[in-house]
Design a protein around this ligand. Structure first.
Ligand SMILES: Cc1ncc(COP(=O)(O)O)c(C=O)c1O
Length: 371
């Protein structure tokens, strides 16, 4: 059994590419959007738009991936980190204490498709003249308080390639100002390889033939993000090939429904399991889960449990993983106890739209049999 970690490109996606219709799932609703090669590129444009100066302070949750912060580092930002609660929210009082007259931007991360109410925090930041970005890289198309996550703060950031079978794709929503569109990127060697890898991954999940193994480096080195997207070029727009694939996706509501059904199916399947406890026992209406986050409280580290699951071809993964924490957070992890707990004890399983009952049953079976 081979279970792809994220949605994969099917032959049909490619065949349909040549018919153009210009409708994208859900993201048509926003006129003030720019489509980018990566979600993190949005931070680059935000830094430009707010005229971020060297040494301006950016408040960011400690529970955040380091890679995504690169554009802000390049722009000269100084980070001030804050822990989150187990409810995945920043504590309002602790946040207020972090504000200084150098604070320019506040990043609010909406985790795993399970957004939280950020209205009070955004209101406060605005009253202090601080810009806000709702980072929905992990929360595409989830609804909170009757509106899409990503539309409450000054800016919304999305990573489309986590939710759709595309080789690249990110989006910036500018909820307050007007921004002009940017150039689109053509196909290059890296993207071509990413497409091949994704299609092979799809073929393997259907036939069981281990195509992915044959693609040397498919686990990382050969096809890492910098090759697919161009190292350090934070101005890149989305590629035409990704646009074309996006245009042919089924309606967002259908994709979201499938992810929700998969999530609930896994919850029921793991109900009796005493080791893996869902971070959220219920899935609120309007939420579109990115994954199923599970907490493991065990003498064995989550790392070793994840490795064992991977050996059994269950694509369990960590987010963001110790190595992908900001070095300051990593070295001072005791200051951020919930971040530490989540980094050490959280395991994620895919629930994306390509998965069938067969895949879900297999994951449930392995988790139940081996632990
Ligand atoms: C919270 C968060 N923000 C931003 C990003 C950047 O998205 P991308 O990988 O599309 O650049 C990521 C990527 O994983 C992320 O997890």
């Amino acid at each position: 059994m081979y279970i792809p970690l994220s949605p994969t490109i099917k032959t049909l996606n490619i065949l349909k590419m040549w018919r153009h219709n210009d409708r994208l799932p859900f993201i048509n609703d926003f006129d003030k959007r720019i489509l980018l090669s990566m979600g993190k590129n949005a931070f680059w444009y935000i830094a430009k738009m707010i005229r971020l100066q060297i040494d301006d302070e950016v408040i960011v949750p400690a529970y955040m991936c380091y890679n995504a912060l690169q554009p802000l580092m390049k722009a000269g930002a100084r980070f001030r980190f804050i822990d989150i609660g187990i409810d995945l929210k920043i504590d309002f009082r602790s946040l207020v204490d972090l504000f200084t007259n150098k604070t320019k931007l506040l990043i609010l991360v909406q985790y795993f498709g399970m957004p939280t109410d950020i209205r009070e925090i955004v209101g406060f930041a605005q009253s202090q003249g601080v810009h806000t970005v709702e980072d929905c890289a992990l929360s595409y198309g989830s609804i909170i308080n009757g509106r899409f996550a990503g539309t409450t703060a000054d800016f919304g950031l999305f990573s489309l390639r986590k939710f759709f079978p595309i080789p690249d794709g990110g989006m910036l929503l500018d909820n307050r100002n007007n921004i002009s569109d940017i150039k689109r990127e053509g196909i290059n060697m890296g993207k071509g390889l990413a497409i091949v890898r994704s299609m092979l991954s799809n073929a393997e999940s259907k036939t069981g033939v281990p195509f992915v193994k044959y693609l040397k480096g498919s686990k990382g080195e050969l096809l890492n993000d910098s090759i697919v997207n161009g190292e350090g070029d934070f101005e890149l727009g989305i590629s035409n090939v990704s646009m074309r694939i996006l245009e042919k996706q089924e309606p967002w509501e259908d994709i979201c429904l499938k992810r929700r059904e998969n999530y609930k199916y896994m919850l029921i399947g793991l109900e009796e399991n005493t080791l893996f406890k869902p971070l959220r026992k219920t899935l609120e209406d309007g939420f579109c889960p990115m994954t199923l986050p599970l907490m493991v409280d065990s003498a064995d580290s989550a790392d070793s449990i994840r490795d064992k699951l991977n050996q059994d071809r269950v694509p369990a993964y960590a987010w963001p993983g110790v190595s992908n924490l900001h070095p300051y957070v990593r070295e001072n992890i005791k200051k951020y106890p919930i971040t530490q707990y989540l980094v050490n004890n959280l395991i994620m399983l895919p629930v994306h739209q390509d998965l069938t009952k067969r895949h879900l049953d297999y994951m449930i079976q392995v988790l139940t049999r081996d632990f």
